[in-house]
Design a protein around this ligand. Structure first.
Ligand SMILES: [Fe+2]
Length: 320
C-alpha cells in the first residue's frame, strides 16, 4: 500500500461499521467466570502468547482476547499458528482483525488515531496492515473466522458484570478510555461508561495502560465502576521495565504479585505482568521487520527500550 492507493484519512478515521451504543453493549447475556484473563493487544507476539497459555493453565482460568491479537505476525506460518491458538479461546475483534477480514481490503489500519499521533506513525501503521493483509488473504478460512467475531462480550464474575470491549463504549477503535481522557473524564465518557450497566469495563486499543475507579457519586450508578485498559500484552508498557501486561478479574486474589490492582465488591481486578522471552522476541521481530521497515521504525524503540509511561501514570484512583 502506498499513499496513492490508500483511502483518504486511512488510519485517522473510525469506519462507520465500528460504531455501536453503550445500551447495545449491555444487552447480551453474561457468561459466568471465576477467573478471567483479558488479553488485549497481543500484536502477533508468539512468545507472549506462550506465557498467556501458561497463566491460564496455572489457574485453570478463562480467557478472552479482546482484539488486535494480530500485527507483527506477517509470515504465513506465524499468522496461521497464532490465529489457530487464539481462536480456541473467547475472542472479540479489534480494528486489526476487522480490517484483515474486510473484503475488499479497505487500505487502512482502522486505528482512528487522534491528532496527537504523528502522520509518520499513521503511515507506518497503514503499511503494516497492508503487509499483514497480503498474508491474511492466503488464509481465507481464518479470515472468515475473524470476520464473524463479536465486538464485545459480557461476563459475570462474582457479583460484578464485566464488559469487555476493544476500544471504548461507542466504537471499536474509540479513544475515550485512553489514559489521557480517563485521568479527567468528560461528561460524555462518564455517561457512556454508566450506560454499559457493568461494574467493570476492560478494554485495550490505545496501547497505553490505565486503571481507575469512577465513584458512584460521579457516575450516578448504584456501585462504583472500575475501568482497566491493559495497554499491550505483546509489547512493553512502561519506561522502567520490559513486559507485556494483561488484566485479571477474579473472585480470588491473584496467586502471584500484581503490577497494580484493586478489590471492588469482592472481585479482584489486577494488572498482571506478562514476562515473555524478550531476546527471542526481538530476534524474531528483526527477522520479519528489519531496520527500515515500517514496524521497525514505529515500534523498535519501544520493543527494545520500553514505553514512555510510568507506573504513576497508569495507576489511577483506587488502584494500588
Ligand atoms: Fe486497536
Amino acid at each position: 500500500m502506498n499513499k496513492a492507493t490508500e483511502a483518504p484519512d486511512s488510519g485517522r478515521v473510525c469506519p462507520l461499521d465500528y460504531r455501536y451504543t453503550p445500551a447495545a453493549l449491555a444487552l447480551p447475556p453474561a457468561t459466568a467466570a471465576d477467573t478471567l484473563y483479558v488479553v488485549g493487544g497481543l500484536y502477533g507476539n508468539p512468545f507472549a502468547l506462550k506465557e498467556v497459555e501458561k497463566l491460564l493453565e496455572d489457574e485453570n482460568a478463562q480467557c478472552i482476547f479482546n482484539g488486535d491479537f494480530n500485527w507483527f505476525n506477517c509470515s504465513d506460518r506465524d499468522f496461521v499458528s497464532l490465529n489457530e491458538t487464539v481462536l480456541k479461546h473467547d475472542c472479540i475483534r479489534g480494528n486489526v482483525e476487522t480490517e484483515l477480514a474486510r473484503r475488499p481490503f479497505g487500505g487502512g489500519c482502522g486505528c482512528g488515531y487522534p491528532a496527537s499521533v504523528s502522520d509518520n506513525v499513521v503511515d507506518w501503521s497503514n503499511s503494516i496492515i497492508a503487509r499483514l493483509n497480503t498474508t491474511a488473504s492466503n488464509h481465507q478460512l481464518l479470515q472468515a473466522d475473524l470476520q464473524v467475531l463479536p465486538v464485545s462480550k459480557r461476563y459475570q464474575v462474582g457479583d460484578s458484570t464485566v464488559q469487555v470491549i476493544h476500544g471504548d463504549c461507542r466504537s471499536l477503535a474509540g479513544w475515550s478510555l485512553s489514559r489521557e481522557n480517563l485521568s479527567n473524564p468528560d461528561t460524555g465518557t462518564i455517561k457512556d461508561i454508566a450506560a454499559c450497566n457493568a461494574q467493570i469495563i476492560a478494554c485495550t486499543h490505545t496501547c497505553e495502560p490505565i486503571a481507575t475507579t469512577l465513584k458512584s457519586a460521579v457516575t450516578g450508578t448504584q456501585k462504583d465502576i472500575a475501568v482497566i485498559n491493559n495497554g499491550a500484552a505483546g509489547m512493553p508498557n512502561f519506561s522502567h521495565d520490559l513486559f507485556g501486561m494483561v488484566t485479571r478479574i477474579s473472585t480470588r486474589a491473584a496467586p502471584t504479585a500484581t503490577v497494580y490492582g484493586t478489590e471492588l465488591d469482592g472481585v479482584y481486578i489486577d494488572a498482571i505482568a506478562l514476562r515473555y522471552d524478550q531476546n527471542a522476541f526481538l530476534q524474531w521481530f528483526l527477522e520479519h521487520w528489519p531496520a527500515g521497515t515500517p514496524a521497525y521504525q514505529s515500534y523498535f524503540t519501544r520493543l527494545s527500550n520500553g514505553a514512555k509511561t510510568t507506573l504513576t501514570d497508569a495507576r489511577g484512583i483506587g488502584f494500588t
